[in-house]
Design a protein around this ligand. Structure first.
Ligand code: HEC
Ligand code: HEC
Length: 255
């Protein structure tokens, strides 16, 4: 168990989240150089002036965004957090409505930040969260992740308790005959998670069922940007529906 645990950590160490992805700032810089290169030598003065002004405007926009990056004021973080709680619950405990909205409380900051970037970069498919993630600056993402990490409401519950024993067995021992490693090997005993590996303790039953059922359709969707989601793919694909429900029920009651 500890071998897989440390191997996966080593793997994550070798591939830090966001590695190989271009920052907004990078894109801006590259566009600016391209604009400069495209400017022909024989260009009329007026056109050249317009281009220069456009390039300067881009440079200023970049500087403004950088200032905003470094500074997410306490008031703006609180306002954004209460917006998140409108959907994710007053203590970010999650909400099992028409579609399940996951628990964010107590989540690993690295995982949370990586997923928000994943929605933004369309590595992870979800229209609601992609629209929200691309309004958040990197500084705001870090501030929100830190705040959410501090919350610890009790699990919302509601999963069928009769599945608990089977769920615990899968969580602790995996499914050897289907080559599925123990969930505890990566998510940790009692599922606190670590860094880019999420906490599963207290996560909503219908949400975990949905993620494990739809893994290949929702996660790792940007071929140009492979990410940590591939670690879970074989596991999600190898579990049967009853096994998914059992393990989802088990983790939903962990604190
Ligand atoms: C309009 C409702 C709504 C709002 C507002 C909202 N979310 Fe979400 N969020 C969702 C839904 C729905 C999902 C589940 C997406 C899925 O099924 O993949 C989700 C998923 C997430 C996830 C993935 C969690 C996981 O366990 O992988 C993160 C992280 C997240 N939201 C963060 C935030 C933050 C931070 C805010 C506030 C800035 C926020 N959300 C605001 C609806 C919302
Ligand atoms: C080899 C390590 C490893 C093992 C074993 C493993 N996981 Fe994961 N799991 C991960 C990683 C890494 C992620 C984050 C994937 C991403 O970034 O999209 C993850 C994500 C998840 C998620 C998504 C959570 C969310 O909030 O969206 C669920 C659910 C999950 N795992 C359940 C399980 C279950 C159940 C098992 C056991 C049957 C298991 N995992 C075994 C590494 C592992």
């Amino acid at each position: 168990m500890s071998v897989i645990w440390s191997n996966s950590l080593r793997h994550l160490n070798g591939r830090r989240a966001g590695e190989g992805t271009t920052s907004l700032r990078g894109i801006r810089c590259r566009n600016m150089t391209m604009a400069r290169q495209r400017e022909p030598r024989t260009m009329p003065v007026g056109v050249r002036w317009v281009l220069r002004t456009a390039i300067l405007a881009l440079a200023f926009a970049g500087a403004a965004a950088r200032a905003e990056d470094k500074f997410a004021s306490r008031g703006s973080v609180q306002a954004k957090l209460s917006f998140c709680k409108d959907c994710h619950g007053t203590s970010a405990q999650g909400y099992a409505g028409f579609f399940p909205i996951p628990r964010l409380a107590g989540q690993q900051t690295e995982y949370l930040e990586n997923q928000l970037r994943a929605f933004n970069e369309h590595r992870r498919a979800n229209n609601i969260m992609s629209g929200i993630a691309n309004t958040l600056s990197p500084a705001m993402i870090s501030a929100l992740a830190a705040k959410l990490r501090e919350l610890n409401p009790p699990p919302v519950g509601g999963a069928p308790r009769r599945l608990m024993a089977e769920g615990k067995r899968i969580f602790d021992d995996g499914v050897p005959e289907a080559n599925v490693a123990a969930c505890a090997a990566c998510h940790g005993p009692d599922a606190p998670g670590v860094r880019e590996i999420p906490r599963l303790a207290g996560q909503l039953f219908p949400y975990v069922v949905k993620e494990l059922t739809n893994w290949g359709k929702e996660r790792g969707q940007n071929v140009a940007k492979p990410d940590t989601s591939f670690i879970m793919s074989p596991i999600a694909h190898s579990l049967t529906k009853p096994q998914i429900e059992a393990v989802a029920a088990y983790v939903s009651y962990l604190k």
